[in-house]
Design a binder for this molecule. Structure first.
Ligand code: IYR
Length: 222
């Protein structure tokens, strides 16, 4: 066995069943309160919360442990403004031309339109990039595996970490998102995956009155 094949003992401690049940229930109740926020306060957020949430996201499982993600955190007002302007161009095109009637009907309850003020008001935007390949320190290219699954899982963990830390988020996917590569000067082998808007919800923020499906509609136990 070479050094890189080394195995170490798993750091795992069994919990009492009662404690497990309690923590799963409490966690569910906390997660059930997560809502996509579109009305943000400009109040600054602690840097260490962003950093720890990204570290938590970076602990996600990934194909062959290639960790095919990059998180670009944007807090500079000039860069946020550029992103807003570019996103709104794509969004106007979507709402006016690209989206089908069926799509617009499905979006209607969310009350969204092509205006995206939160891209400037919110204190942080995290642009998540997916790496089809990784270039190592020697400049050698390595193929990554299951990149969509891996980056999707990491993004879910990031949203969860930020929610648990007391921040609101919005998963925003202006399409196409190529402008993020240019504005954020990311290499061409990284694909913009999602733009996460992060901050405290504005005082009195409203969200659409939508419901989550019950357990029997989203699962089967065999
Ligand atoms: N990207 C657009 C449209 C949009 C699409 C879906 I699917 C949503 O769940 C919400 C919005 C926008 O952000 O307005």
């Amino acid at each position: 066995m070479t050094e890189s094949d080394a195995f170490i003992p798993l750091d795992f401690s069994h919990q009492e069943e009662r404690a497990m049940e309690q923590s799963a229930h409490v966690f569910y109740q906390q997660m059930a309160k997560r809502r996509s926020v579109r009305d943000f306060s400009d109040q600054p957020i602690p840097q260490s919360v962003l950093e720890n949430a990204i570290l938590a996201a970076g602990s996600a499982p990934s194909g062959a442990n290639m960790q095919p993600w990059h998180f670009a955190v944007v807090q500079d007002p000039v860069t946020k403004k550029k992103i807003r302007q570019a996103a709104e161009i794509e969004e106007r095109e979507l709402y006016e031309n690209r989206a089908s009637e069926e799509w617009l009907d499905a979006l209607a309850p969310l009350g969204t339109d092509a205006n995206k003020p939160f891209l400037e008001n919110a204190p942080a935007l995290i642009a998540i990039f997916l790496k089809k390949v990784t270039i190592d320190e020697q400049g050698v290219k390595h193929k990554n595996y299951y990149t969509t699954e891996s980056v999707g899982i990491a993004t879910g963990m990031l949203i969860t970490a930020l929610h648990q830390a007391g921040l609101g988020t919005l998963t925003h996917t202006p399409s196409p998102m190529k402008f993020l590569t240019e504005i954020l000067k990311r290499p061409s082998y990284e694909r913009p995956f999602l733009l996460l808007v992060v901050g405290y919800p504005a005082e009195g923020a409203l969200v659409p009155d939508i419901q989550r499906l019950p357990l029997d509609k989203i699962s089967t136990f065999l």
